[in-house]
Write a protein that binds this ligand. Structure first.
Ligand code: UTP
Length: 476
């Protein structure tokens, strides 16, 4: 443990000793907190990031050649059945675990609590975590296996996330198979590259991005735990995707059959400028190009003679990671790319007053999980998905990628299942399902299961319907 003088020396060496400006006024608890924060800082990394991104930013990266990533079509290619069987086999053998990233700050959603606790079910109020857990339980009984669930959280939501699971009895999962682990934090810096204070005795820090799952898996013994359990394949997803197939046998199958290191799903972009990253091969290397730099690469906006986008492969942030590949990334983690985001960061000024800026005033540094793709040495494995049934990211309350849009997407999906089963469903003049609908993933994970289990049951969805785990009708 650092003491005051060693902390001071470390800060001085790195030109950051201003953060002890209020030392004389701090309580012992605040001093301890500050020292503990300083102890976690990787100064070598921070100096590199400040040099690279703040004091002498490099010229923007430019690619000479960008090719579309080869994509396996929706539902799989000619070998779809073989892939499906290989995926099911891997599940039955207990080779598969789940890796969820839930450490984000969720600023756009503005929900008081971990994002996964958001009551997304429009009728039941069931949380996003509850939905993910119900899918896991269904799959565990379908494949007679245990799917250990590794959940990455961050300093700000570790305790609240764990508490939420405890309160909800782990949604019926075995607590031994649910592991929470914390990602690292990095200091925010101002436009001169100086660390910022959030309180007189506390540095402003942010979680190190979803790419932080790579070092966090090593720091917290996740990779060792998977090996002890005989797991070599991790299905990666993000907490805010309500529709996600937490495990997809077809995707797993392609990954294991082709000896994948990191595989990706992708969805067709709705329009050339849709704000999602695009999967591409850039100068021979697998990359995801962020929408913020689309204008640098006008070829990404081009369409073919039939008006279809050539680079259509949007990034829904659904992957499979081989455990050995995570270990190899960690062994070379110094080469993992970092990015900066220019943000409005509240801070304590020199007089000790808290300032809430109106304009961006500093940088947060982050890593992105998709940057791991550039390190694969095998052929890329990319599978196209239907958006409605798999991708409904919940970033905000209204508009694109919102709670409202996710609910609309899910009621259209589930409304379609109900109609196939002969159940009347109200639709509006545009043909969209007009009422709230929920179907518990414990009752049915997909249309086929729903049609089988709904046989002989009477439902009516003309004024909204929630079907519970046993097929019973639920109310709020
Ligand atoms: P987003 O980039 O959408 O960020 O995260 P967010 O934190 O949820 O929301 P905003 O941007 O503050 O509004 C995508 C996924 O990555 C996880 C999030 O929890 C979400 O599942 N994530 C993000 C982390 O686990 N750690 C991070 O540091 C950042």
């Amino acid at each position: 443990m650092l003491n005051e003088s060693s902390a001071r020396a470390r800060l001085e060496e790195n030109g950051q000793d201003h953060v002890l400006r209020f030392w004389g006024e701090l309580s012992q608890t605040d001093r301890d907190t500050l020292i503990a924060q300083i102890e976690t800082i990787d100064f070598r990394l921070m100096n590199r990031l400040i040099h690279q991104w703040v004091t002498s930013p490099p010229p923007e990266e430019r690619f000479k050649r960008i090719d579309p990533v080869p994509v396996i079509p929706q539902g799989g290619g000619e070998d779809a059945q073989t892939a499906w069987q290989a995926g099911e086999e891997a599940l039955r053998q207990g080779r598969v675990g789940l890796l969820l990233v839930a450490g984000g700050q969720g600023t756009r959603l503005g929900f008081d609590g971990p994002k996964g606790a958001y009551p997304i079910g429009p009728i039941t109020g069931n949380s996003i975590f509850c939905y993910h857990a119900a899918k896991i339980r269904n799959l565990q009984s379908r494949y007679d296996c245990v799917l250990p669930w590794y959940i990455m959280v961050s300093e700000a939501n570790h305790a609240t996330t764990k508490e939420f699971f405890r309160e909800q009895d782990y949604f019926g999962l075995n607590p031994k198979d649910v592991t929470f682990f914390q990602q690292r934090m990095v200091p925010c810096v101002d436009e001169q590259g100086k660390f910022m204070l959030e309180q007189p005795g506390k540095l402003a820090m942010n979680p190190n991005g979803h790419g932080g799952v790579i070092p966090a898996a090593m720091d917290n013994g996740i990779s060792a735990d998977t090996q002890n359990r005989g797991i070599d394949t991790l299905s990666y997803f993000q907490v805010d995707n309500w529709a996600v197939k937490v495990v997809d046998p077809l995707f797993i199958g392609y990954h294991v059959m082709r000896n994948g290191q990191m595989s990706s799903k992708n969805h067709r972009k709705r329009r050339p400028r849709e704000p999602v990253g695009v999967h591409c091969i850039c100068d021979g290397v697998y990359r995801v190009i962020e929408y913020t730099v689309l204008d640098m690469y006008p070829q990404l906006l081009e369409t073919d003679s039939e008006g279809n986008l050539i680079h259509f492969a949007g990034n829904p942030a659904i992957h499979i990671l081989d455990v050995g590949f995570i270990d190899s990334l960690n062994a070379n983690y110094d080469n993992f790319p970092w990015w900066r985001a220019h943000k409005k960061i509240p801070y304590i000024d020199e007089k000790g007053e808290r300032v809430k800026p109106d304009e961006p005033n500093g940088y947060k540094f982050e890593t992105f999980v998709f940057d791991a793709l550039r390190f694969i040495t095998h052929e890329p494995i990319a599978l196209e998905i239907a958006r409605e049934a798999e991708y409904t990211p919940i970033k905000s309350r209204e508009g694109d990628n919102s709670v409202a849009a996710a609910r609309e997407s899910m009621r259209n999906l589930w409304g379609g299942w109900l109609e196939k089963a002969g159940v009347p469903v109200s639709r509006d003049a545009d043909g969209k399902v007009a009422v709230d609908i929920e179907i518990s993933p414990l009752f049915a994970l997909d249309e086929q299961e729903f049609l089988e289990r709904a046989k002989g049951r009477e439902y009516d969805a003309t004024s909204g319907l929630a079907i519970g785990p046993e097929g019973d009708v639920e109310t709020g």
